[in-house]
Design a protein around this ligand. Structure first.
Ligand code: UDP
Length: 236
């Protein structure tokens, strides 16, 4: 019997599973940037991003962070807790790059101490605008307590991944996280963590080993992801 598709996004398909509170997430091979205006397909992308996600989610689990991951099924799919995604993108930045430089004129690479945590609205039609707390107050997306919890979790996750990557000679410049609410109302980390959702620079340089290679046409995207995997000792 064919599994029922619950949702299809830019990078993932979500299917019903045999359990009411679990789903199967399939990672697609599409690479999109600039809110899907630039679109290509890389044959290995789903597999590669799932392998990175597995690596980072394992690291977070070892450090006591609760996430939606239950198990990995095959090269491009995983079993996860069913959550309602909170329509906010939580971005944590350790150094200025990307939209922060474009919007505020900050110099690329400027250290942000302590790390900056921002919220964006997950809404393609509005181009994922940045939000301040006051805006969120008028939306039904999250309460003040939930926002504070997501911020605290995001900063802790940042600390864990930043120090781990630093020990491998890689700088975590910034990253985007998404949280979801389980059927019993608990907020947990969801979505993925990969070089599609993080900026990684070779320490002491601004050499990108992430999606900027594709966004900025700087060369071979899959090759850069493989270089990062090699540094991490991750088999792709
Ligand atoms: N990011 C993401 N999905 C988005 C927007 C941003 O995963 O829809 C990640 C991006 O890869 C980077 C961080 O969030 O690691 C901050 O992105 P930024 O706001 O600088 O936007 P960009 O320059 O990617 O447009």
């Amino acid at each position: 019997m064919e599994a029922i598709l619950l949702y299809e996004g830019k990078a993932k398909k979500i299917f019903e599973s045999d359990k009411q509170d679990e789903v199967i997430i399939n990672f697609k091979d599409d690479a999109t940037a600039f809110n899907a205006q630039k679109k290509d397909t890389f044959s290995e992308k789903g597999r590669v991003n799932l392998a990175f996600s597995r690596y980072f989610f394992d690291l977070l689990h070892e450090n006591g962070i609760k996430t939606h991951v239950i198990s990995f099924i095959d090269e491009s799919s995983m079993r996860a807790k069913k959550v309602d995604i909170i329509p906010l993108e939580v971005v944590v930045r350790n150094f200025a790059a990307g939209s922060l430089c474009r919007r505020l004129g900050f110099e690329k690479g400027m250290a942000l101490t302590p790390p900056l945590c921002e919220f964006y609205l997950k809404d393609d039609d509005l181009n994922d605008p940045i939000l301040c707390r006051e805006h969120i107050r008028y939306m039904n997306t999250a309460t003040e307590e939930e926002l504070a919890y997501m911020e605290q979790q995001a900063l802790r996750i940042n600390e864990i991944i930043y120090s781990f990557m630093d020990s491998k000679g890689i700088t975590l410049v910034d990253h985007k996280l998404e949280f979801g609410k389980t059927l019993d109302g608990e907020i947990i980390l969801a979505d993925e963590i990969s070089p599609d959702t993080c900026r990684f620079w070779v320490k002491g340089t601004m050499e990108s080993l992430d999606k900027d290679v594709y966004r900025e046409d700087k060369g071979d995207l899959v090759g850069s992801y493989k270089k990062l995997a090699d540094i991490l000792g991750l088999e792709l």
